[in-house]
Design a binder for this molecule. Structure first.
Ligand SMILES: Cc1ncc(C[n+]2csc(CCOP(=O)(O)OP(=O)(O)O)c2C)c(N)n1
Ligand SMILES: [Mg+2]
Length: 579
């Protein structure tokens, strides 16, 4: 009998910290752990696997953490990331902070060193006060010191991650805890199966009426759907609200596909027209952060960058503190998206008057013009490929495979993909989120494939890919149906910068020219393809989707095609010093 099995056998009378954590997770429906083994959690990963949990091992904890976070977003169950102490914990922490910022439910579980040594700062192996460090970067942070408290610790972590506005939770498990034993029966009784971890929050009737009154009086109404609306899994209600009211809508990046991007009410192709023109804007699970220009400034028709346009805002959000974060919210509706949208639908009734025809007509006119202009650009076939001609292929592939999940990061590789590739179903587009963070690519891809079983297409800038590129081994190890397409333009934003000194170092944004990223995946038995034309790219993507084999396509993109920072060039500070 191997060690793991003999340990499981004795667990019938006595249990220990290892098994109680595993049992507590299983009891709460957790079936997958994303992590990276080492002291003190190596045996934990083995025992978890032996106990029937799926343990997905990564090459770097940040990628495991990103995987956990997006698994949480996709499933409404907290994604679990497991790491070793200090350095492993810190590697996972970026993902935890990113999860909190993006409202993804995840739990970072890290082993930690001996409390009494850490607290006296006596220099233990991987010594660090992890709980204190995690606190400001997470929604909640807990530590469990005694085996009999594991049930409570795991329950609190789950509740904190899922309830209200979801977020990242840290759970600190000191090495000593794992080996602590207790009577198995008492241990079992100490565990908690969390009842209703994300309770519905019903909005007040007065708040719903205030919102509807505002909407009814609108001449130029607009609905903005955010990532929160996608997370809520209230897809039918949201579709019904949009269609019954007839109000044009704008999907934020990860809300694309809640309704098909080809929907006639989508105003995405007329964004710069509808934001300043709208008179009443209803935000559904979307925050007025930088991605919406803070609800003011020129984007919204304001004169200066701090001036407001004339809009009134309705905001549906689960957090009562969100309203007024940037501008006055005239009608806050606080509750879970599903309950709020249902309440609005009930209030709308059957004789709702659709928005004025001149508003809809003006939007349609701009939209048609922009769509026609885009079609013209997409039809071009330049050599070398540019972002447009390559994305024209991706657009067709996604259209033909609407269930595939699209992961996307980069600058130009991100912005062009978001605007060119239509999504048809909810929660199929996963990207850099609120921070515009690079490095989510392979972690998101692994998790998306693992939790959905569906094909994944990752459109990656060559710089973006580098942040998590080693995980192509993970794709191959678990034989995941992921097709990575590296948009290789030889660098960050473009490959054309030169060192102004004429010295031997290349410019800071430039990589090895003509790099063959496809060779990377071949080292691990995956399929590598070098594609220099749209036809080659199409053939390789079709084959990847058909075969479900881990594939990396090195798509060669014109190195002059990109712009600095993609669409957010203006956020770069410019030197005040005259040249
Ligand atoms: C963690 C992190 N580090 C750095 C950045 C800054 N940054 C934004 S986009 C980008 C890479 C853009 O290059 P690439 O992925 O090749 O996309 P391209 O524009 O060339 O298509 C970088 C480094 C970031 N967003 N996140
Ligand atoms: Mg690039």
């Amino acid at each position: 009998m191997g060690t793991v099995e003999s340990q499981l056998a004795t667990a019938s009378q006595v249990t220990d910290g290892f098994h109680l954590v595993i049992d507590a997770l299983k009891l709460n429906g957790i079936d997958t752990i994303f992590g990276l083994p080492g002291i003190p959690i190596t045996d934990f990963t083995r025992m978890a696997q032996a106990a029937g949990l799926r343990v997905i091992s990564f090459r770097h904890e940040q990628n495991a953490g990103n995987a956990a976070a997006i698994a949480g977003f996709l499933t409404q169950k907290p994604g679990i990331c497991l790491t070793v102490s200090a350095p492993g914990f810190l590697n996972g922490l970026t993902a935890l902070a990113n999860a909190t910022t993006n409202c993804f439910p995840m739990i970072l579980i890290s082993g930690s060193s001996e409390r009494e040594i850490v607290d006296l700062q006596q220099g233990d192996y991987e010594e660090m006060d992890q709980l204190a460090i995690a606190k400001p970067l997470s929604k909640a942070a807990f530590r469990v010191l005694h085996a009999e408290d594991i049930g409570v610790g795991v329950a609190r972590a789950i509740r904190a991650a899922l309830s209200g506005r979801p977020g990242g939770v840290y759970l600190d498990l000191p090495a000593k805890l794992f080996a602590q034993t207790m009577d198995a029966e008492a241990g079992k009784k100490s565990l908690i199966k969390v009842v209703d971890p994300a309770p519905k929050q019903i909005p007040g009737a007065d708040a719903v009426k205030r919102a509807l009154d505002l909407l009814k009086g609108a001449k130029k109404p607009l609905i903005v759907l955010g990532k929160g609306a996608a997370y809520a899994q209230a897809d039918a209600e949201i579709k019904s609200l949009i269609e019954k009211t007839g109000i044009p809508y704008l999907p934020m990046s990860m809300a694309k596909g809640l309704l098909p991007d080809t929907h006639e009410q989508s105003a995405a192709a007329a964004r710069s027209y509808v934001l300043p023109e709208a008179d009443v804007v209803m935000l559904v699970g979307a925050r007025l952060n930088w991605l919406l220009s803070h609800g003011k400034g020129k984007t919204w028709g304001g004169k200066g960058h701090k001036d407001r346009g004339g809009q009134k805002f309705i905001q549906i959000d689960i957090s009562p503190q969100e309203a007024d974060s940037n501008v006055r919210i005239d009608a806050p509706v606080v509750g879970d998206i599903g309950s709020c949208v249902s309440a609005l639908l009930a209030g709308i009734g059957s004789n709702w008057v659709k928005p004025p025809a001149d508003w809809l007509g003006a939007i349609a006119e701009r939209k048609n013009k922009n769509v026609a202009k885009m079609a013209e650009t997409l039809a071009k076939d330049p050599r070398p490929m540019n972002f447009h001609s390559a994305l024209n292929v991706v657009r067709d592939i996604v259209k033909a495979n609407p269930d595939a999940i699209l992961v996307n990061e980069g600058a130009n590789a991100l912005d062009f993909t978001r605007s060119i590739v239509d999504m048809y179903k909810p929660r199929k587009r996963l990207d850099v989120g609120t921070w515009g963070v690079m490095g989510i690519g392979m972690g998101f891809s692994v998790a998306a494939a693992v939790v959905s079983g569906l094909p994944v297409i990752a459109i990656e800038g060559d710089s973006a890919f580098g942040f998590s590129g080693m995980e192509v081994e993970t794709l191959c190890r678990y034989n995941l149906p992921v097709c990575v397409v590296v948009f290789n333009n030889n660098g960050v934003y473009r490959g054309t910068d030169v060192n102004p000194t004429g010295g031997p170092d290349v410019a800071p944004t430039v990589f090895v020219k003509g790099a063959r990223y496809d060779k990377l995946i071949e080292a691990f038995g995956g399929v590598g393809v070098h594609a220099t034309t749209p036809a080659e790219l199409r053939k390789a993507m079709e084959e990847a989707i058909r075969s479900r084999k881990p594939t990396l396509i090195n798509a060669v993109i014109d190195e002059t095609a990109g712009t600095e920072s993609g669409r957010i060039t203006s956020l770069n500070p410019t030197s005040g010093k005259k040249k």
